[in-house]
Design a protein around this ligand. Structure first.
Ligand SMILES: Nc1ncnc2c1ncn2[C@@H]1O[C@H](COP(=O)(O)OP(=O)(O)O)[C@@H](O)[C@H]1O
Ligand SMILES: [Mg+2]
Length: 360
């Protein structure tokens, strides 16, 4: 192989390895060294079947199963498969595609070209899915355990409880059933966001009124009224939003400020302009929700919006902020996080101001 063509192979993002008619390795690129975790010097000139003892996930020796050099003379190669190589500490996972080069159909194999891809990103996706399943299973199980426990108790010993006790149990059941319903709703929304199918039925919305309504709701469900402050600048334009989706955004941010933050929770609403989808700044309403808690460490600021990221201290599913960002962006808005002047966390999101009819 000429020096020039080797340079080309080295520029490929995926690994390429070539073995000649005698199964000896004649060429490989830098990416192949990386994927296989072996050096070129180690591999060149070696019999590929010995140097790379690939096995499939059932443990079968891959070269024996495929046998490019003495197998069926009409074979042209193999589709991508996940194969394992013995590694220093644990097996190296590699996605392998094979192409057999023959001078003509039925002729002996002149070269076997292996395409090699790192299986780590695939592994990461699988780990993420595993994390999703275990988080969801865990989150569903705890409320269901209480629903099951209280209903079973009530059914068996109905006559032994006072009305107050029964009421308490039924309220707990209702609360836990709501939790399950909400979690399932969030999961469905997340799958819609991931698939780009989230529907937003936008209409003009008075954000300041929505913010005050949310505070009232938090107070009604037991929070201290003095914990919340809403500052809305006068004559705020209405925003273009789906009221139900906006409710989810506000509810999640306020709940986080109460649960993960501390002290007074301040909502600030101002009219400003910001570059959203176009290149020119557009009129927006910016909402910031800040608290006086410990805030979020610098190193975690970028992670809070990722799926499942949550602190171990008082974390829940870690889905809330991922959903919030998806919802804000589905409205054409932006969300960011930083440190509030008061020391705690500050989440700021913007929504496009709705254009009055006579301008549109
Ligand atoms: N106001 C806040 N103050 C401090 N940390 C916060 C705040 N809001 C969110 N966080 C951090 O971000 C993480 C992710 O939040 P979220 O996605 O809503 O998940 P969850 O609330 O289920 O833990 C939380 O676990 C918490 O560590
Ligand atoms: Mg949350």
């Amino acid at each position: 192989m000429s020096a020039d063509s080797r340079v080309d192979l080295d520029h490929l993002p995926d690994g390429v390895l070539v073995a000649g008619p005698d199964a000896r390795i004649t060429a490989l690129n830098v990416a192949a060294e990386r994927v296989l975790e072996r050096s070129r010097a180690d591999l060149l000139g070696q019999d590929v079947r010995i140097a790379l003892p690939l096995r499939d996930i059932e443990g079968q020796r891959w070269w024996e199963c495929t046998d490019p050099w003495s197998g069926l003379a009409t074979r042209t190669g193999h589709r991508e498969r996940l194969l394992l190589l013995p590694g220093e500490t644990k097996p190296v996972e590699v996605l392998v595609t094979a192409t057999y080069r023959r001078a003509e159909r039925g002729a002996p194999v002149e070269a076997v070209v292996l395409g090699l891809r790192d299986a780590k990103s695939r592994q990461r996706t699988q780990e993420e899915q595993g994390a999703l399943i275990s988080t969801v299973a865990h989150e569903l199980r705890s409320p269901l355990t209480s629903v099951k426990g209280f209903t079973a108790t009530l059914l068996r010993r109905w006559d032994r409880f006072t009305d107050d006790q029964k009421r308490f149990m039924l309220e707990t059941i209702e609360h836990d059933a709501d939790r399950v319903t909400r979690l399932i709703g969030e999961l469905l929304d997340i799958s819609r966001i991931d698939a780009g199918r989230l529907e937003v039925h936008a209409q003009p919305v008075d954000l300041a009124a929505a913010a005050r309504r949310h505070v009232e709701r938090m107070v009604a469900s037991g929070s201290d009224e003095r914990k919340f402050v809403v500052h809305a600048s006068p004559h705020l334009p209405e925003v273009w939003a789906d009221p139900d989706r906006l409710d989810q955004v506000m509810a999640n941010l306020l709940e986080n400020a109460v649960r993960h933050g501390d002290g007074t929770v301040t909502l600030d609403l101002v009219a400003t302009s910001e570059v959203l989808s176009g290149s020119e700044p557009e009129p927006v309403v910016a909402v910031s929700v800040s608290d006086e808690g410990e805030g979020i460490d610098e190193e975690n600021l970028q992670r809070v919006f990722t799926r499942f990221w949550h602190s171990h201290r008082r974390g829940g599913t870690g889905l809330g902020l991922y959903l919030v960002r998806g919802l804000v962006e589905a409205h054409g808005g932006r969300i960011s996080v930083g440190r509030a002047a008061s020391g705690g966390a500050e989440f700021r999101f913007t929504l496009p101001a709705s254009v009055p009819d006579h301008v549109a």
